[in-house]
Design a protein around this ligand. Structure first.
Ligand SMILES: *Cc1c(COP(=O)(O)O)cnc(C)c1O
Length: 391
């Protein structure tokens, strides 16, 4: 098979590699002044928020939920959309709270009108993510929840550099989140490679500063970088080799580390990669928007497939999600691969089941870093699958 067209987990330029090289050569992988520089950069980009740079988004989420719980001990439930990264309901449970799942709209974001009936006297907080970078209607949620005295978490884990009503996503509600893990907008690696907590409600700053200011330095980040490069960035042969390395590690040392258990500062190396990712952000967003527009323009050629998140012009997405109306996603993935197009599964069970519901038949197509001719090939592959009446 020739060159595969596949989804990118990170679009890195020369600068990212330079930061890695510099921190290794100077022996400052874990500690160094990139962390301070990154905090300053973020403070400029999110002027109405107090910024805590951590090693994951969920660390900020857990710190916030525990504080909310302490302030309102009678409330035990946290609303989250039914379609979300698994780490979020896990974090809610870890805090001793109960996740309540509410339906999403066709664009895969939380259906805001479900909040009117879904919130009750037990509701402590709402976590509102912008799925795959597509902005949710957070302004409307903010007004409603303020009235009901329910905390709002603007979960912008997947997206940086997008403004709504001239405010950056992450800057709404009481607190906001940003993650630097694989396949987000800012990518510095995997397994607790970085995240940010934005504190937007001034009343929360004191308590969260007490909890998050004096964090320890992180360690062991070079080996997670190697894992990221082998499994996510380069794949192929390396993915197999990493599999054996991880197995060997478990055999010899009997380790099953939870990379997220330790809340720490981001490493100097990963803060450097984040700085490079922010420097190229607007350029990467425009390039991706161009690709989204191209998918959108070609959508009419297809009769069995839609792109549910493309509901308007000029939108940003981190990943292109396809919805198949008549063909099961596991079969579709095989047929695409036969034509050199690699697809990925989505969060939850959406790419395993196919039952005609709004959350089934989903599959991720290549998007970021693609040339338009590659998108032509993807569309062409889908068209062929339709025409061969597989569907
Ligand atoms: C990835 C993600 C998180 C968690 O981010 P980490 O940095 O891995 O903790 C939270 N919410 C959403 C919507 C995510 O996509």
């Amino acid at each position: 098979m020739g060159n595969l067209i596949k989804p990118e987990t990170a679009v890195w330029g020369k600068e990212e590699w330079l930061y890695i090289a510099k921190s290794i050569i100077s022996g400052s992988v874990n500690k160094g002044n990139n962390v301070e520089l990154l905090s300053k950069t973020l403070a400029e980009k999110y002027p109405n928020s107090t910024v805590f740079v951590l090693n994951s988004a969920r660390a900020g989420l857990i710190a916030s939920l525990l504080l909310f719980k302490k302030k309102q001990p009678d409330k035990t439930q946290v609303i989250i959309p039914e379609f979300i990264c698994d780490s979020v309901p896990q974090a809610v449970k870890k805090c001793g709270l109960v996740p309540i799942f509410l339906p999403v709209s066709d664009d895969l974001n939380l259906n805001i009108s479900s909040l009117y009936t879904g919130c009750n006297e037990k509701t402590l907080a709402v976590i509102l993510p912008h799925m795959y970078g597509k902005s949710a209607n957070i302004g409307q949620a903010e007004v409603l929840l303020k009235e009901k005295k329910i905390y709002l978490i603007d979960d912008a884990a997947q997206v940086a550099g997008v403004n709504i009503e001239s405010k950056p996503l992450g800057g709404f509600g009481d607190v906001g989140l940003l993650s630097f893990a694989q396949a987000k907008t800012i990518v510095t690696g995997v397994r607790a490679s970085g995240g940010v907590l934005f504190v937007n409600n001034k009343d929360l700053i004191g308590a969260l500063t007490e909890n998050l200011q004096m964090l320890p330095f992180t360690k062991g980040r070079l080996s997670t970088l190697c894992h990221f490069l082998m499994v996510y960035k380069w794949q192929r042969v390396w993915k197999r080799m990493d599999y054996y390395i991880q197995r060997l590690k478990q055999r010899i040392w009997d380790v099953h580390p939870d990379y997220y258990a330790q809340v720490s500062k981001i490493s100097n190396m990963e803060a450097g990669i984040a700085l490079a990712q922010f420097a190229s952000l607007s350029q990467r967003i425009s390039a991706t928007k161009k690709n989204i527009e191209y998918y959108q323009a070609n959508q009419q050629l297809l009769t069995s497939f839609t792109f549910p998140q493309i509901t308007q012009d000029n939108i940003y997405l981190t990943r292109m999600i396809l919805q198949s109306k008549r063909i099961a996603p596991n079969i579709l993935a095989k047929l695409l691969l036969q034509q050199g197009v690699v697809s990925n599964t989505v969060y939850g069970t959406g790419s395993k089941i196919f039952d005609g519901t709004s959350l089934s038949g989903l599959l991720e197509l290549p998007l970021q870093g693609l040339a338009l001719v590659d998108i032509d090939k993807v569309i062409c592959a889908l068209k062929k699958i339709e025409d061969n009446s597989y569907v």
